[in-house]
Design a binder for this molecule. Structure first.
Ligand code: ADP
Ligand code: MG
Length: 697
């Protein structure tokens, strides 16, 4: 049955439409003002809003409510309380107060805080973020909240994002006045996160402990057919996948998520879902929600949705393209070149602010997408390299060259003078797109392609917003004295010229996957942090701390805490992977190998008893026997390395140990296991092979 989209869309969301209809007019107005200005809600208003939300939620089948937040674990957290309240005559009443809505006090002791919150003072609270709508799901009312400690330090991924949006808003409004935008009172950042994922059969998944415990395969020989034929990208959808996607769309629509595009991706069993973009914090919330729904809907179809960055070695991994822009309350997309010379100049100035920012804070951009999972992807010729650079396209690059050289900008048949004529529109079609660039201009937005598929987009957007905020604020300082003066345009061009001279090195329009680029980038002095361990410690570099503190995103304690949490998470992830490998090797793979060798030996002796030769069996048995020996030695060594790493104190030192020694031994072990797999009959191998997993949906 096809869904009636307008009817079901956002049917489970307490959004502006519902508020307008259900709330008393004055309350609606107060709430809107609160949302707009980010002010706290007074308790009388909160009580009325809460009661209205409760009634609406109960109509939608809710019996419970939960403050929904995004702690540093990387997933969302929720604790459900029912609306139920006893009455004096032993009956029950459904109650939900303004206080319940606005503030919660979850036991915060078990969430990572990087030492910010000792278990002895485990106090933290959640506070409603009214800029993100409440919704009903699975019998509960979900209230999007921020999560902070009692002393006000952030313990989540959402608070910094909101802080960065607020800072950028203030700076950008002031900046825009330079270009005559007197009416703009608000600038918000927008995000559309394209989400890649794998779909595999639940039965296969259940047979692999590595997938169950780590989300990726830790063993597995390459199948005879990979993605070399390019026959999967945009291919027609197989019925089971199509059914899943239809169901997924419907579930997402009900939650007010504008799921728009769906298609097969490059790798076998890989797909993508792209929503229509929205405000950053809503976009971040919705992406978290979308990932959860994707996983749940898959189970209903006997499938498992894998969100890991690299579920299968030798097969493309998954990312999350973070499409980013800024828009004003009078409807301008600030990355749209615009229709007038002044708009063009404004656009080019913002563009140069981005160029300067991405160059100066390439390390922040890089580490905003760093995780143990994403380390397998970045720079592996399937996703952007670990080197941050920007793609602008030939035309835009030519415009910037004209600024740099004080010349006119020439297209095939026209000549443009910057600041006098209107720029031609830049191609938005995909043929012109460079898909190898980490940060690419795509006509009216930038696409940050480094982010990993399972990551929360809060961090990349927080840092990007902060970087842009810093640059726009610097530009404003320089240009404000010339505002409205005759020489304003000349001063702008002078500024842009000097920025381009200094920061042109970050622009790269060529093939980001090539080895030449790695060398070229090194010559340009661009950093190349190949792993999380290399880039993460730069989070607290003086220059980074300076801007993060300046705009109130993080204080130095919060920043150190975050760095530590990321490094610890890295170590823990690899420790779990290594232990899973050891367990699978000991309990499944090695016993299977040995028992097959034994089977061969029995066959050899039986054959010899009746005078047959057993040359083939002897060869295979000898080969597998040798491999089994190395396999066992590798298990022992990996165990030793894990123990050594566990004993190391200090998050950074420990993470280094995991990267240098544990990962290296894991690679060795995997290679041995994969060679054994290739030499074993399928029926003797205890876990499903790659071809069984990725070609069977
Ligand atoms: P492609 O894969 O070709 O890059 P998609 O259509 O898959 O394109 O995804 C493009 C994404 O960019 C969508 O999520 C879209 O909503 C988003 N987007 C478009 N305009 C903006 C904007 N101004 N700000 C943020 N995101 C945007
Ligand atoms: Mg896409």
């Amino acid at each position: 049955m096809t869904a009636n989209i307008p009817e079901i869309f956002a049917c489970n969301v307490f959004n502006d439409e519902v508020m307008k209809v259900r709330l008393p007019k004055n309350i609606y107005k107060t709430l809107k003002k609160t949302i707009r200005n980010g002010e706290p809600l007074d308790l009388t208003t909160a009580d009325i809003v809460a009661n209205t939300i409760k009634e609406w939620a109960i109509e939608k089948g809710a019996t419970h409510y939960t403050h929904w937040f995004q702690p540093m674990t990387g997933s969302t957290a929720e604790k459900h309380d029912s609306f139920i309240k006893p009455t004096s005559n032993g009956m029950a009443l459904m109650e939900f107060t303004g206080k319940d809505l606005v503030k919660g006090e979850p036991d915060a002791s078990s969430f990572p805080s990087g030492g910010l919150r000792q278990t002895s003072s485990a106090r933290g609270y959640t506070a409603w973020d009214p800029t993100s709508y409440c919704f009903v799901k699975g019998g509960s009312l979900y209230i999007p909240t921020v999560f902070v400690s009692y002393t006000g330090e952030t313990l989540d991924k959402k608070t910094p994002l909101l802080r960065s949006m607020q800072a950028l808003n203030k700076t950008a409004v002031r900046f825009l006045k330079l270009f005559g935008n007197e009416n703009v009172t608000r600038v918000t950042t927008t995000v559309g996160a394209e989400q890649e994922y794998f779909l595999i059969d639940k039965e296969m998944f259940d047979k692999r402990e590595d997938l169950i415990l780590t989300g990726r395969t830790l063993f597995g020989a390459k199948p005879p057919k990979g993605q070399e034929l390019d026959d999967q990208y945009f291919a027609n959808l197989r019925p089971r996948v199509a059914a899943y996607m239809a169901d997924l769309d419907e579930e997402l629509w009900k939650l007010g998520i504008f799921s728009k595009t769906k298609h097969n991706e490059v790798a076998p069993a890989q797909h993508e879902m792209a929503p229509i973009f929205t405000t950053s914090n809503l976009g971040a919330d919705q992406n978290e929600l979308a990932m959860e729904v994707m996983e749940k809907v898959a189970l209903k179809h006997g499938l498992v949705c894998l969100l890991h960055e690299k579920p299968f070695e030798g097969v493309n991994g998954s990312g999350k393209h973070n499409n980013w822009s800024m828009c004003t309350d009078d409807g301008q997309n600030l990355l749209d070149p615009g229709d007038t010379p002044m708009e063009n100049l404004q656009f080019l100035t913002i563009l140069c602010a981005l160029i300067k920012g991405v160059d100066e804070y390439a390390d922040l951009m890089r580490l905003s997408a760093a995780s143990a999972g994403n380390d397998h992807r970045l720079g592996a010729d399937e996703a952007p390299p670990a080197i941050v650079s920007m793609f602008l396209g030939e035309e835009l690059d030519a415009v910037l060259k004209a600024i740099e050289d004080d010349s006119v900008f020439q297209t095939q048949n026209e000549t443009f003078v910057i600041g006098v004529d209107t720029l031609p529109s830049f191609p938005k079609d995909s043929t012109d797109r460079n898909r190898t660039s980490p940060f690419a201009f795509t006509g009216n937005r930038f696409e940050f392609r480094m982010v990993g598929s399972s990551d929360n987009i809060g961090c990349p957007n927080t840092l990007l917003n902060t970087i842009v905020c810093e640059e726009l604020s610097q530009f404003t300082e320089v240009l404000e004295p010339f505002m409205g003066k005759e020489n304003f345009e000349d001063e702008v061009k002078k500024l842009l010229k000097s920025v381009l001279k200094e920061h042109r090195r970050i622009i790269f329009n060529g093939d980001g996957y090539s080895s030449e680029w790695v060398e070229e980038a090194a010559r340009r002095g661009l950093p190349n942090y190949t792993s999380t361990v290399d880039c993460m410690p730069h989070y607290t570099d003086e220059k980074n701390l300076r801007i993060l503190r300046k705009f109130g995103i993080f204080n130095s304690n919060e920043l150190s805490a975050r760095t530590e949490i990321h490094l610890e998470k890295y170590s823990k992830t690899i420790r779990i992977e290594a232990r899973t490998m050891i367990e699978m090797a000991r309990k499944q793979l090695l016993p299977a190998t040995l028992s097959y060798v034994e089977k061969l030996c029995r066959s050899i002796s039986t054959k010899k008893q009746i005078g047959f030769t057993a040359v083939t069996e002897e060869k295979i048995a000898a080969k597998l026997n040798t491999l089994a020996d190395s396999f066992y030695d590798s298990i022992v060594r990996l165990e030793e390395q894990v123990n050594k790493a566990c004993a190391i104190k200090g998050a950074e030192e420990q993470a280094k140990q995991y990267r240098r020694y544990v990962l290296a031994e894991m690679d060795i072990m995997r290679n041995i296991a994969d060679e054994i797999e290739v030499n074993m009959p399928a029926c003797e191998w205890p876990i499903p092979a790659y071809s069984e997993i990725i070609y069977n949906v």
